[in-house]
Ligand binder design. Sequence first.
Ligand code: CP
Length: 305
Amino acid sequence: MTRHLLAIHDLNTDRLRGLIDEGSRYADQAPTDDTRDQLRGETVAQLFYEPSTRTRCSFELAARRLGADVLNLDLDTASTTKGETVIDTVRTLAAMGVRFFVMRHGDADTVAAVADALPDACHLLNAGAGTSQHPTQALLDMLTLHRAGYNFNALDIGIVGDIAHSRVASSTITALQRLGVPRIRLGGPPAFLPDTAPEGATLCHKLADAVAGADVVMTLRIQRERMPAELAGDVAAYHREWGLTDARIDELAPAARIMHPGPVNRGVEIDDGLADGDRSLILDQVSNGVPARMAALAWLHRGDD
Ligand code: CP
């Protein structure tokens, strides 16, 4: 039985497809009593050691829609400020009956250590760990592609920006591979690309090579908090070479829909017109975060493999 959702690798292809279908059902339905009963009596604790808007709020809405109580730990006033370890904090909450933990942390090893330290009855959902994994973001991205009508077996997607420091990129690329996406191009300046292409993907060194003719273009924020300042480079130069604008997409990939996991740095990786225009799926991604996280919570609660 899978007890935690730490990485997209925890989901085999059938499970990933199952969660996409389940998320899609939640997205289509008004909440029913059955839905609201699924996590009734359970408590979901949220521990965000890094900032978040989308992930934290959508996990909270997802948990409430499944009938759970939600604890949002305020880490500025929690006993971690008095020297308590993260593991002691989660064990303390588990002793109060909390069985679901949603955790974001800058250090992936800490998330793994918490998963190991939790009592057997408890579940940990990784809400973003270092540069390594953000599995529910990948799940909501796949749900968004599915609901936008794309066939994964025929999809051509270009992902541009700071791939190397992005936990979204690593999770989403794996999910795309698992679902059989035949063309995954990754583009960005050398400092933002991995040394070697992940399996099934191609590295591109020019925007045109990364996105020309793509069905979907996903752009990513520069993860300044995860690199030395000098590596982030000059924002204006980045925008000139890699920034997405309506004019560039019109020229290179006129049929493409645009995705971005957020938060968006407008005028850097994407311009307002494109982010807010008809081609944008950015708010669909946000909307799909709630049903995708409902599916993840309900799956762990059921305990089926
Ligand atoms: N995409 C994402 O993880 O956004 P937040 O940092 O706002 O949660």
